[in-house]
Design a protein around this ligand. Sequence first.
Ligand SMILES: [Zn+2]
Length: 332
Amino acid sequence: MKLARTGIIITAALAAAASISACPDVAAEVRLPRGHLRECAEFYGFRAPRASGKYVTLENEFATMTFQVGSRKLLFNGALIWMHGELMEERRNGFSIQPEDVSCILDPLLRADNALCNEGFRKVVLDPGHGGRDEGAASKGGTQEKKIVLRIASAAEKMLEAAGVSVQMTRADDTTLSLADRSNIARKAKADLFVSIHLNSAGDPSVNGIETYVLTASGCAGTTSSRTDRRMYAGNRNDAANTVLGYYVHKGLMLNANSADRGIKRARFQVLRDAPCPAVLIECGFLSNDRQEAKLLDPSYADKIAEGLTRGILIYLERVRRAHSILDRAAR
Ligand SMILES: [Zn+2]
């Protein structure tokens, strides 16, 4: 990664990031809207919802959110985010989303200072998935997920360290690790954020693209499952920061990877459930897709993914620092 170039990109991205946060009043106790879009628009300072066909847009000078009636898809400043529930239309109340999508998605992104003011910004743990006896996904030609994700993680480790960030890897070689080992390493390292790095596989060889997973909110179903679960896992303590981390990491990946955008999704993967800090799991491409496999085998493409991941992490860390400085100012 050319640091000078990255510096420019980060500055531009930070300017955009700063503009997302509409409310610097981090100390205020507020009652969030329940989910009616009209109420959300008023609370977060957007113009009234504008409907066009099945699309409904909320817009202000900083952000544009586009919802679709009957769909979980939300486009937030161009990033595809899968909500926990669909946008509903009721005759009396107009358009509404689930309360969890206000508290776990809209609020953290629109009041990021509030979501991040208690988070840390010093230690990053990178978790290359699988390893040792566990190969992970494999292509028809025998390309192993465990090898490529280690290459991506090692490249990101170097880039983050070059930017002055302290990084710990859950594995730096072909070691077998359990899922519990990975969360324990993060806990012992006092990680401030955790990124698990994986590759996908699907029965249909045409399926391709990149997706980022964030822990599902309590009481909701994940993006690809209809099963709800009322338990609060350790990772649910960080619901708000998880979303902000997922947003920046996914945007970083999509800016760099020239790949189909499968969006920011929700799942209850064990490493997300057990994470002691804000955490995401990224799926950097499908080994079951020939073209994506060929790209992933090219070390310069792996570097591009690592650069996107690094960019997302650096912007997230900068946002946390900013939230702290705003809190300090408010306390004076
Ligand atoms: Zn995997």
